[in-house]
Design a protein around this ligand. Sequence first.
Ligand code: KG4
Ligand code: ZN
Length: 334
Amino acid sequence: MYVLGIETSCDETGVAIYHSEHGLCSHLLYSQVDMHSEYGGVVPELASRDHIRKLVPLIKQCLKESGLTGSGINGIAYTAGPGLMGALLVGAATARSLAWAWQIPAIAVHHMEGHLLAPMLEENPPEFPFVALLISGGHTLLVQVEGIGRYQLLGESLDDAAGEAFDKTAKMLGLGYPGGPKLSALAEQGTPQIKFPRPMTDRPGLDFSFSGLKTFTMNTVNTSGKTDQDKADVAAAFQQAVAETLSIKCKRALQQTGLKRLVIAGGVSANKQIRASLTQMVAKENAQLYFPRLEFCTDNGAMIAYAGCQRLIAGQQQGLEIYARPRWPISELN
Ligand code: KG4
Ligand code: ZN
């Protein structure tokens, strides 16, 4: 079964074709970063308009690269949420229209389920069950995964998401958008001189909170030196605090569930220090760490094609409506 995957939830237009037996045939991504960077963040209306411009040409190119025409596609998967309403509607309307024209099923995919299953596209995919840490611009979730669609929420951020904390801290340090990769590059030039808090690690539970860390950074930036080295030191201390906090919570989740497999996914899982800190932790716990290749950590069409393919194989599909849900708790998927 050939499945076309469409991702337009935020600022990347992602398209991919996945075959149920042969794997990924082709995947393409257009990032709107340059367009939004002028404004210091994503401008939703510009994002939607750009998805309109880029989506159909990308689908055509993806079909060409896979040696297929529309008649070769057996199902369409599209991100229906969570995300920006206008951006989601572009993907949903395009997917639904093509499915109607080609007389094939369409399936609405939860963006975070896409991230969660992205490591399945790799050579050594994790077996179920596992614990997943999903860290993106909008979400920080710890989930116990028993199988596809069987997700039990273990913990989540009570305020800012991990990626949001990176982006806001980067802004305070005068780095542009997108902040995460820029802050992480700067952190490599610094040493963590100041000890930042490890929020919510001194009490039981698996929830996160990152807004206090942001305030701590602001106070530190205001009171410490202003040289490039000072900024790099703040970036390093912030990044270390996030990495250690995530590591402490993941260790707790592995111990609490008795599971020995940890999956990390979502844009922030591209962070080298977070990967290193979790790698060290799982080694001590005699557990295994799984993560997608870098390009599948951040938003992409391949993860949506994969997730949709699994749901289509399970016999699910959407009706004729154009389904988009900007807010969509992952716990409602079960
Ligand atoms: O999953 P994603 O591409 O989009 C959402 O679903 O939100 O995640 C984007 C987030 C942004 O906050 C971005 O700053 C962060 O991931 N990010 C990183 C890195 N690369 C992307 N954060 C820290 N270090 C990185 N290397
Ligand atoms: Zn994402």
